[in-house]
Design a protein around this ligand. Structure first.
Ligand code: GLN
Length: 491
């Protein structure tokens, strides 16, 4: 058997179902790969060796007994440490949750188990999913397998790096402003943010509840679609979950893979396709546009004038929601508790716990959000940002009256060197310049590899109307069929 870690999820599921390999062999191959490279990459915060092998053996036993297997049976998956996993440490990249073992599984984790996937462990992330480089993890940064001196993106850098380093064929991410798509772009992998409400937030540690969207990460568009189908769909335990079937993303990915985009009309976002992005990123984007045209797509330029205000609006709305959501980390209910010597008041203990448990970026967000919501400033900051959010939604609505989907580079720049943007928060925030509008609107967006710039991956973003996730998979799969996938230098 060739190296099992090089296979796609679709291939692994096929081989396991046919009995040509076992879930146990596949899982062991990935655990061995993690043991060989993760001390350099640091994609994982926790590897659940025993849990993974138990799950794999259970799949093999079901197959031996002739019982039906789930659609991704035997396929290993790495889960961002933002999702609650029963009995398995869940830290959100923060010291404040160190040692917490949730008493329950997030809905998505339950669905992954039901589909027969094998959870390898929990992946590294910026603390509370706030960041674009994974350098704000309280447990040290993850490195980009393309160049170990560079960032893998964030906040879900661990999930993206695990894919690029062949430590896992599938991973779960969460995208509040770009945390699935931006790591996908800078690691040469695929990352999809589903329609808001299309994937369950039950058991997802909340950052910004009106924006947070869990989604699939993979090395191919079809694999992302297969994972999307398994993890998505209505969940009565999430009040903002949409009671609608998952769009047929797998069929759309297969259709796209035929390389025919006849009749598909795409809009290039004018504001995101000129200055503001590195020349190498724009060059790869332009070449991809040519490839899409050759496959029959009709391409027009569309101006979305309010997209330029998305970043400032996001940095009021997201911190405001975070300042409220993070109030629950008080040293009483979860994880860390500092200074409880029997003498100090409850308030002192809470304050000492939060002082010790949260890192500087999280504290910055809590302060920003508290300020934006404070009486006398609420209308000027939070209220104004909500109005901008409405205008951005209108830009999307009017664009989708003219085209089927919008395209842009996923990120303005490729993977930057570790440490180069941590001193200036604004420079870090710019990484999500092109991904944030989609979150404010609530529609789906995907990043698909579209070329290299100076040897580093570039991503193309496809944005579609709400609940038309299938459209973005079709376009992304078509581009992948024309350009192929991108493999980093051997680790
Ligand atoms: N980088 C953005 C932030 O820091 C987005 C993060 C995310 O999508 N979770 O808030």
């Amino acid at each position: 058997m060739s190296d099992l870690t090089r296979l796609t999820a679709a291939e692994i599921a096929g081989l396991v179902a046919a009995g040509e390999t076992s879930a146990t062999e596949v899982t062991q191959a990935h655990l061995d790969r993690i043991a060989a490279v993760d001390d350099r990459v640091h994609a994982f915060l926790h590897v659940d060796t025993e849990g993974a092998l138990d799950a794999a053996r259970a799949v093999d036993a079901r197959r031996a007994a002739g019982e039906p297997l789930g659609p991704l049976a035997g396929v290993p998956v790495a889960v961002k440490d933002v999702l609650a996993t029963k009995g398995v440490p869940t830290t959100v990249g923060s010291k404040i949750l160190e040692g917490w073992r949730p008493p329950y599984d997030a809905t998505i984790v339950q669905r992954l188990r039901a589909a027969g996937t094998v959870m390898l462990g929990k992946t590294n992330m910026d603390e509370f999913a706030m960041g674009s480089s994974t350098e704000y993890s309280a447990y040290g940064p993850t490195r980009n397998p393309w160049d170990l001196e560079r960032i893998p993106g964030g906040s879900g850098g661990g999930s993206a790096a695990a894919l690029a380093a062949y430590e896992a064929p599938l991973a779960i991410g969460s995208d509040t402003g770009g945390s699935i798509r931006q790591p996908g772009a800078v690691t040469g992998t695929v990352g999809a943010k589903p329609t808001y409400g299309g994937t369950s937030r039950y058991g997802l540690v909340a950052f910004s509840s009106s924006l947070d969207t869990p989604g699939p990460c993979a090395r191919t568009v079809l694999d992302a679609a297969l994972l999307h189908e398994v993890m998505g769909g209505h969940d009565p335990r999430d009040s903002t979950s949409i009671p609608a079937p998952v769009p047929d993303v797998v069929a759309a990915a297969r259709l796209g893979a035929t390389g025919d985009l006849t009749g598909v009309k795409l809009g290039i976002v004018t504001e995101f396709s000129g200055e503001g992005a590195e020349p190498g990123v724009l060059a790869a984007f332009r070449e991809s546009v040519d490839a899409l045209t050759k496959m029959g797509a009709e391409i027009v330029e569309i101006s979305c004038p309010h997209f330029s205000y998305a970043l400032p609006a996001y940095y009021l709305i997201a911190p405001s929601e975070a300042s409220s959501n993070l109030a629950r980390f008080d040293g009483v209910r979860f994880g860390l508790r500092v200074g409880d010597d029997g003498e100090r008041s409850l308030e002192e203990v809470m304050s000492l716990t939060r002082e010790a448990g949260f890192g500087p970026e999280v504290k910055r967000r809590i302060m920003l959000g508290t300020y934006a919501l404070s009486s006398g400033y609420y209308d000027a900051y939070y209220g104004q940002a909500q109005k901008v959010r409405t205008l951005i939604t209108r830009d999307f609505t009017s664009a989708f009256e003219q085209v089927d989907a919008l395209i842009s580079p996923t990120t303005p720049f490729t993977a930057f060197p570790l440490g180069s943007r941590t001193a200036d928060p604004y420079q870090m925030y710019l990484a999500d310049l092109f991904t944030i509008p989609t979150n404010l609107y609530g529609g789906p967006g995907i990043s698909v590899p579209c070329g290299l710039s100076d040897g580093l991956p570039v991503g193309l973003q496809v944005m579609a109307p709400t609940l038309a996730d299938d459209r973005m998979y079709r376009v992304a799969a078509a581009l992948e069929s024309a350009l192929g996938t991108f493999t980093p230098p051997a680790l």
